[in-house]
Ligand binder design. Structure first.
Ligand code: LMR
Length: 394
């Protein structure tokens, strides 16, 4: 039977991780997968995370099963972090998931149960696994234009025109902040215009919030999501704790379903718990408990926020330094967008051939669409990357 399997196309981002590892060159530079690295190339355990784990180790008395939908403390702490004062427990269903990817998957399963005929509108480009999951599920994907290849900003007129075609029962997938892979984001005024289109069409927004705290700050990065939540009666939010808590391998994520009334919330909550049961039964506990411990213990929360701010500030500085280096090498401002983008990524706008050249000649690994992970850079590698970009003729 298993001999009948067809080989699956490898995930491009994960394949690049393997390729980088296998490259024997000293001085190779990894700007591929979206994992935060400090100046020494390490992905540290955050101080507050370590402290929370120590407390948990002392306090834990059992490893028995916990909640099928996750723990109420985790739901509340995350919903408050994302929604602030807009969080209404009576109408918000919540589900702990296996990472942000699990939240996306369960959101799509939920939406499909509600409307088997749905289409999902996704930005072009988007995180490749969004489209891969939808294709695997057999959910039709409609791309909306998003990135302006000329300015490397958002082509907002095109985006508005394309998402206006979504109908009630369709889902419009939006990146809450730190757009992956481009780094180009909506302004708050543009979020308001998107909300107006969603109001008019009745389509349901699904907001992927994987990088809260990596862009303009923890609160600022939630502003678009909150604006949508304040105006649209039904909103799905898939959030990841991988990046902002640095707990990638703990697989910690959450799906929130903001509902129009309490009865719908009960229906959604029951269905979401059912979806966990059908997929993997109980969601991972450890990472979710780390997050709720950090968020509800004032001194841990303060320390976590300080460290997250330092991470964010460090990435901003790297952006500015790279933009300055490119300005001086190119004698022009055409790479100014690197400093304007926010989050972990920027799409440089290089061709696949240029990406290949940069890899082969300089040992610099970026995703094939020329997405770079800013956090993969440091003082030593910025000038090397800048030179490679210019020499490749980007
Ligand atoms: C990325 O885009 O690099 C990250 O979200 C990691 C992943 O799973 O692809």
């Amino acid at each position: 039977m298993l001999g009948n399997l067809k080989p699956q196309a490898p995930d491009k981002i994960l394949a690049l991780m393997g390729e980088f590892k296998a490259d024997p060159r000293q001085g190779k530079i990894d700007l591929g997968v979206g994992v935060y690295k400090d100046a020494d190339g390490r992905t540290p355990i955050m101080r507050a995370v370590r402290a929370a784990e120590q407390r948990m180790l002392e306090a834990e008395t059992t490893k028995s099963y916990a909640g099928l939908a996750g723990e109420p403390e985790f739901h509340k702490a995350m919903a408050e972090m994302i929604l602030g004062d807009l969080y209404k427990p009576g109408t918000t269903a919540a589900l702990a998931t296996v990472g942000g990817t699990g939240a996306i998957r369960q959101a799509l399963e939920l939406a499909r149960l509600a409307n088997p005929g749905l289409k999902v509108f996704v930005s072009n480009p988007t995180w490749p696994n969004h489209v891969s999951i939808m294709n695997f599920m057999g959910v039709p994907v409609v791309e909306y234009r998003y990135f302006d290849a000329e300015t490397r900003g958002v082509d907002f007129e095109a985006m508005k025109a394309d998402i206006s075609a979504a109908k009630q029962g369709d889902v419009v997938l939006l990146h809450g902040c730190c757009h992956n892979p481009t780094g180009a984001n909506l302004t708050l005024e543009q979020w308001a215009e998107v909300a107006a289109i969603l109001e008019k069409t009745g389509a349901t927004p699904l907001i992927d919030l994987a990088y809260q705290g990596f862009g303009d700050g923890l609160e600022q990065d939630a502003a678009g999501t909150r604006l949508i939540a304040s105006r649209i009666p039904e909103v799905l939010i898939a959030a990841s704790c991988s990046k902002n808590f640095g707990i990638y391998r703990e697989r910690t994520g959450i799906l929130l379903a903001l509902c129009a009334d309490a009865a719908t919330k009960e229906l959604a909550q029951g269905t979401m718990a059912f979806l966990n049961r059908q997929t993997y039964s109980f969601p991972p506990f450890h990472g979710a408990r780390i997050v709720s411990t950090v968020l509800t213990t004032p001194e841990l929360r303060a320390d976590w926020m300080a460290e997250l701010e330092a991470v964010r500030g460090g990435m901003l500085k790297l952006r500015e330094q790279l933009a300055a280096e490119l300005r001086s090498l190119s004698g022009s401002d055409r790479f100014g967008f690197v400093a304007e983008h926010r989050g972990m990524f920027s799409r440089l706008g290089a061709t696949p051939e240029q990406v290949k050249q940069v890899k082969e000649e300089f040992g610099i690994y970026m995703v094939g669409d020329s997405r770079i992970n800013i956090a993969g850079l440091n003082q030593t590698t910025i000038p090397i990357l800048a030179r490679a970009i210019i020499e490749a003729g980007v």
